[in-house]
Design a protein around this ligand. Structure first.
Ligand SMILES: C[S@@+](CC[C@H](N)C(=O)[O-])C[C@H]1O[C@@H](n2cnc3c(N)ncnc32)[C@H](O)[C@@H]1O
Length: 291
């Protein structure tokens, strides 16, 4: 069996996570404001993730890195009044929105807990299923996170995580990053660097981490999940509203220099304009397993 090199955690994981928490606290409202676009984009992939984790009526489900709770609402609906969802996230601000969204939707089976996904303060073996939608790749030490999720699951319980796949299957992310770095005068970055958007995209890596964390029956499915929006400008509005690394890079530039970078991104992303609007290619990996 070949071994895929696991990402090496950043030199100061604590400082890294503090920065991530602050970024998501600042971007919480922006992510929530784009909920309907995110929901449409991830509809099929989310249904598949919940099926693969075995989220069913009456289940107790742990939703890690839950964000503003879009998938939490789907889980709450599936498990019904006899089930429960614990939505956790590093950012208190985004989790407050998840709680509010659950209340507004009339779900009484949702609880929230601000927590680092690498140190989940939950009872061992207290959940039937665990999901993590577009969160695990932000963990500087995803193996530690997976070990905690394994501990949280009862024997036989299911897990499914969703992350971005390889750079060539997610070209918009490469366009954003290379343009931002060029305008900031910074060197190219390793797309697989730990804690980055594509850090778990290397084929085989997620499976290895799951097995190392103790999971059985590990399988990864690649899912073509294009982002369909009216124009490239809409995609950039979404990027600007979320806690993307692009924001951090361009945030240090003078407004005019940053505007020039955004304009070049829009022009380069225009290549994905079709007769039916803008269709940004995206591939996601769903990794499913059992305790
Ligand atoms: C792209 S958002 C996804 C949110 C939500 N799951 C969704 O799909 O709409 C990523 C989320 O991961 C959270 N996150 C990042 N690092 C984390 C960590 N170490 N522990 C828990 N959550 C983390 C962020 O705060 C943010 O809410």
């Amino acid at each position: 069996m070949t071994t895929v090199a696991a990402p090496v955690a950043p030199p100061n994981p604590l400082a890294f996570k503090t920065a991530v928490r602050e970024q998501w606290n600042r971007s919480a409202q922006g992510w929530n404001d784009h909920s309907s676009e995110i929901r449409a984009w991830l509809r099929q992939a989310t249904d598949a993730m919940l099926n693969m984790a075995g989220v069913s009526p009456g289940a107790a489900v742990l939703d890690v890195a839950a964000g503003a709770g879009d998938q939490t609402l789907d889980i709450a609906r599936r498990v019904g009044p006899k089930g429960r969802v614990l939505a956790t996230d590093l950012s208190e601000a985004i989790l407050a929105l998840a709680q509010k969204n659950a209340e507004q939707a009339g779900f009484h089976n949702v609880q929230t807990l601000a927590a680092d996904g690498e140190n989940l303060p939950v009872e061992p073996a207290s959940f039937d299923a665990v999901v993590c939608r577009l969160g695990l790749m932000f963990f500087p030490d995803p193996l530690q996170g997976l070990r905690g999720m394994h501990r949280a699951l009862r024997p036989g319980g299911g897990i499914c995580t969703m992350v971005f796949s390889r750079p060539d299957r997610n070209p918009c992310l490469g366009i954003l990053m290379s343009t931002a770095l060029k305008h900031a005068g910074l060197p190219a970055r390793d797309p697989f660097q730990p804690g980055g958007l594509l850090s778990l995209g290397k084929p085989g890596l997620a499976d290895e981490l799951f097995r190392a964390a103790g999971f059985q029956n590990v399988a990864t499915t690649a899912l073509d999940t294009p982002f369909r929006l009216p124009t490239a400008r809409h995609y950039l509005d979404f990027v600007r509203a979320s806690a993307s690394p692009i924001q951090q890079i361009l945030g240090r530039l003078a407004p005019q220099a940053a505007a020039a970078a955004w304009a070049e991104m829009e022009q380069r992303l225009g290549v994905f304009t079709t007769a039916d609007g803008w269709v940004g290619p995206n591939e996601l990996l769903l990794t499913a397993a059992q305790h």
